[in-house]
Each structure stands twice: as structure tokens, then as C-alpha cells.
Design a protein around this ligand. Structure first.
Ligand SMILES: N[C@@H](CCC(=O)N[C@@H](CS)C(=O)NCC(=O)O)C(=O)O
Length: 209
């Protein structure tokens, strides 16, 4: 059985991605949660199980896979439903997940994931608005082009998992998206795997810094 190392559900957006993917697809795994160190780097703590000192980290027997995108690709070798089955949808989903993995610095920095808060930003900077607009365009494209409830068709796949933390950020910071994107956000927030994650997140001890 897989072991997935994660950090605080309240804060760790990278942990959420493979966790929600495994849950949504019904792939069994053991969860190992290691809390962030408060006020300092967790590198030394996480280095005990992860070569980069970062989470998530997946362990499968004597094989260790670090980094969320590599974990998704590793899982896809065994579980064909990780990516969309349709070639066009798969190409789009791969591009969109890679874009999430490499981009959106303003969104990440200004709207850090925190499942327990509801707030409004005093200012939407132009960099943040650019990230929101790009994500909105991307989601609208996927939902329209592939015609399903999920970003790349009628099945939840890894591209939905990769944008799951953005749905939580939209809720926490009151970010505005188009109607079709907002419907996806609402669907994502109601998904049983997300409900399970968030209900555990809000019960966790919170960091002071
Ligand atoms: N590119 C990595 C990013 C992993 C990452 O940055 N993880 C954060 C948690 S969300 C972490 O482990 N931070 C350690 C720390 O804050 O000390 C991935 O996709 O898995």
C-alpha cells in the first residue's frame, strides 16, 4: 500500500493535491501527517522521510517519489484514470497541471492556503488579477471544451486535484471568478474528499507564525 506523507491540512496546498486525487479515485493509501514547525523551516523534520525536506512525498515499498507532479505521474503508471482517457483532454490536463505547478506566484504568495479563514483582500494587485484571470480562462476553456463537470471531462482527474487548493483560496479570500468557473469551485468544495480534508483542517492546531 502507498504511504503519503503530508503536512498540516489547513495550510499545505501541495499535500492536498495527491491526497485529494487518491481519495477521489478511491486508491487506498496510508496517510502520514507531519506538522510544520512553528516559526521556522521544517526542512530537518521533513528530511527524515523526504529527500527534499518538502511534502508531499509518496512511498511505495522501497520506491520514494517526491514532488506532487512526479507523484501524479507515478500513480498514473498503475492507475489509468489519473489522467483523462481522451488524448486531447489528457494533453490539455497535463499542460494545465504543469502550469499550476510552475506558475501563479502572486496567487500563492498573497492568498496562502488557509482553510479556516474567511477574509477579503484590501487590494487585488495587477499580478494577482493576472493570475486569477488566467486561471479563470483556463477553467472556462476546460469546462467548455470537454463538456463535463470536471476540468477535463466528466471524470475527476489530476488536473482537478491540482487546482483544488485554488478553490479553497477563492473561498477564503472571496476571489471573483466567472459563473462557469464558480460552478466548478462549488462542485469541488462539495466533493466528499474535499469536505473530509477541510473538516480535519479546521480541527488542527494552528500555527502562530
Ligand atoms: N514543488 C513541490 C513543492 C513542495 C512544497 O513546497 N511543499 C511545502 C508545503 S506545501 C513544504 O514542504 N514546505 C516546507 C516548509 O515550509 O518548511 C511539489 O510540487 O511537491
Amino acid at each position: 500500500m502507498y504511504t503519503l506523507w503530508i503536512a498540516n491540512k489547513n495550510y499545505s496546498s501541495w499535500s492536498l493535491r495527491p491526497w485529494v486525487l487518491l481519495k477521489a479515485l478511491g486508491i487506498p493509501f496510508n496517510e502520514r501527517l507531519s506538522y510544520f514547525e512553528d516559526g521556522k523551516s521544517s526542512y530537518n523534520k521533513f528530511k527524515e522521510f523526504s529527500p527534499t525536506g518538502l511534502v508531499p512525498c509518496l512511498v511505495d515499498g522501497d520506491i520514494t517519489i517526491w514532488d506532487s507532479l512526479a507523484i501524479a505521474e507515478y500513480l498514473a503508471e498503475e492507475h489509468v484514470q489519473v489522467w483523462p482517457l481522451d488524448k486531447r483532454a489528457r494533453a490539455w490536463a497535463r499542460s494545465a497541471a504543469a502550469e499550476m505547478h510552475s506558475s501563479f506566484a502572486a496567487l500563492r504568495q498573497i492568498c496562502a492556503m488557509n482553510c479556516s479563514i474567511r477574509t477579503e483582500l484590501e487590494e487585488i494587485t495587477s499580478d494577482l488579477q493576472r493570475d486569477i484571470d488566467r486561471i479563470d480562462a483556463l477553467w472556462s476553456e476546460g469546462l467548455t471544451k470537454f463538456g463535463g463537470e470536471w476540468l477535463a471531462g466528466d471524470k475527476f482527474t489530476v488536473v482537478d486535484a491540482f487546482y483544488a487548493p485554488v478553490a479553497l483560496r477563492a473561498q477564503s479570500y472571496g476571489l471573483n471568478f466567472s459563473a462557469i468557473s464558480q460552478e466548478w469551485i462549488d462542485r469541488m468544495l462539495k466533493h466528499p474528499a474535499m469536505v473530509e480534508w477541510v473538516s480535519a483542517a479546521i480541527k488542527e492546531p494552528k500555527l502562530a507564525h
